[in-house]
Design a protein. Structure first.
Length: 474
């Protein structure tokens, strides 16, 4: 059997532009398939890193002549790109088994199979075990009717099989399959964060989240659970990427790294490994968890924690309650202060466009963001991603006005509020960026900051005209 995993050609999200991340999802699936199945020929094709256009993709599929082509969409905005990838595979050879998965297609399995005849099978939820069985069934020409965790088309009907139980111990997963992209590792970079030369790797420390934010796709996708790898295993993977692939910039993909003793334990593990002073870690933490981890922050900084992203979202209690965030504006203030005190770059995310938002409430958010003064702020439009409670409510009440899935990138306004049109929400988003980054004091402070990360980021934003691009969307 020949299996081709494809990361399709796609535009880079301009807010964090000039970056090429490793295709973590497909290399994880590829290495699991490699471990579990003999006599399978696996190839990973990363069109972004290899600068392969659609015509080039067609030629690569023809050359490899795969039995299975798999391409997944973590983000809704990439839906059409995945569909086009599978469409090309079918044009090359209608007998190729085309497979996709990820959060969007899991949430929209029925609708996607109805809309896109190019898709043969959707792997729903956690993909490793299901994909292995799928390839085995395909190799032996068996019916998919008893294969757990898939939706598929059979004799003109769309069938949805029973869900597959989650993997109990994530420590049993193989290390991410960076060997599948070894020859192009130098292509992966995140210019705005670490410069173009820093080798960039993604590592997964956990799946899911214990919180239930209404706009988030993650917790439902992982069935409301939070499964963690041990901190020793996380440190092992970091060391593995550092030593074997020269990865100096490591992004832990966990939606929420968590609190308790996890940060302290990871710091202890990394201190034992003594990888050098050039490791840079990026974590995603809740504001309240930053506060709970305050004693561990100095040691985390010592082992390379340079950057923390937090979902601040809004200063309004009513908005935070409607999102079911479980944090307060005061906690956001304390968290940013703690990060700055420990020389850790503070990255705050804000959301506008909640149903009760007004011009006045968004003006209050801008004022709060300026007072909070994180090192980096990203403002997003509330987006009804399929699979979220926000989507279900918006669809039920017919609030959604933009059905172009490529716009579901949090930079395009998809819905109006009770008092603001969709166009006005888009204009307000631009105003948020102009307010925060239009300050000459903040611009000059960033461009000439003693913090290398801050200098790199602000110079990137100036050079790429990020604020101007939001104006163009308006």
């Amino acid at each position: 059997m020949k299996v081709l995993f494809v990361e399709p050609p796609k535009d880079i999200w301009f807010v964090m532009g000039e970056y090429v991340p490793p295709p973590f999802g497909i290399i994880q699936l590829a290495t699991y398939l490699e471990r579990e199945m003999e006599n399978v020929d696996i190839k990973v094709l990363d069109c972004n890193a290899q600068q392969i256009d659609w015509k080039g993709l067609e030629k690569r599929i023809q050359s490899f002549n795969p039995d299975v082509v798999a391409s997944s969409a973590l983000a809704t905005c990439n839906t059409y790109l995945v569909v086009r990838t599978l469409e090309i595979a079918k044009e090359v050879n209608p007998d190729i088994l085309t497979v996709t998965g990820g959060q969007h297609f899991t949430a929209t399995a029925q609708e996607s199979l109805e809309a896109y005849p190019e898709i043969d099978v959707i792997v729903k939820g956690e993909g490793e075990q299901t994909l292995v069985e799928l390839v085995k069934y395909a190799e032996e020409n068996l019916s998919f009717s008893k294969l757990k965790g898939i939706s598929f088309r059979h004799k003109g009907k769309i069938l949805h099989n029973s869900p597959r139980p989650l993997i109990e111990d994530l420590n049993e997963l193989p290390y991410p399959g960076y060997h599948f992209v070894k020859n192009i590792l130098h292509k992966y970079h995140f210019t705005a964060m670490a410069g173009r030369k820093a080798r960039y790797a993604l590592i997964e420390g956990a799946r899911g989240c214990l919180h239930r934010c209404t706009f988030c796709t993650q917790w439902r996708h992982w069935q409301g659970t939070w499964r963690m790898k041990s901190t020793a295993r996380i440190a092992d993977e970091i060391e593995f990427c550092y030593q074997n692939y020269g990865s100096k910039f490591i992004w832990l993909t966990d939606d929420n790294f968590g609190s308790g003793k996890r940060a302290s334990s990871l710091a202890d593990e990394l201190l034992q490994r003594k990888m050098g002073g050039d490791l840079m870690l990026f974590l995603q933490l809740r504001c309240d968890d930053v506060i709970k981890n305050r004693e561990a922050l100095p040691r985390m900084r010592e082992v390379g924690l340079h950057w923390v992203m937090m979902g601040v979202e809004s200063p309004r209690d009513s908005t935070l309650e409607s999102f079911r965030k479980g944090i307060t504006a005061e906690q956001a203030k304390k968290a940013v202060k703690l990060l700055k005190e420990n020389d850790i770059f503070s990255h705050a995310m804000f959301v506008i466009g909640e149903r009760k938002d007004t011009a006045e409430s968004i003006a209050d958010l801008r004022e709060f963001a300026n007072e909070l003064d994180p090192d980096f702020a990203i403002f997003t439009a509330l987006t009804p991603f399929p699979g979220t409670e926000i989507f279900e409510e918006a669809e039920r009440n017919r609030w959604i006005e933009d059905f172009n899935l490529s716009h579901y990138d949090m930079a395009h306004a998809i819905m109006p509020t009770e008092t603001l049109s969709r166009k006005k929400v888009q204009e307000e988003l631009y105003t948020c960026y102009r307010s925060f980054y239009g300050s000459w004091r903040r611009r000059l402070g960033g461009i000439f900051s003693s913090n290398k990360l801050k200098r790199t980021l602000f110079r990137h934003m100036m050079r790429k005209g990020v604020v101007r691009q939001f104006r163009n969307l308006s």
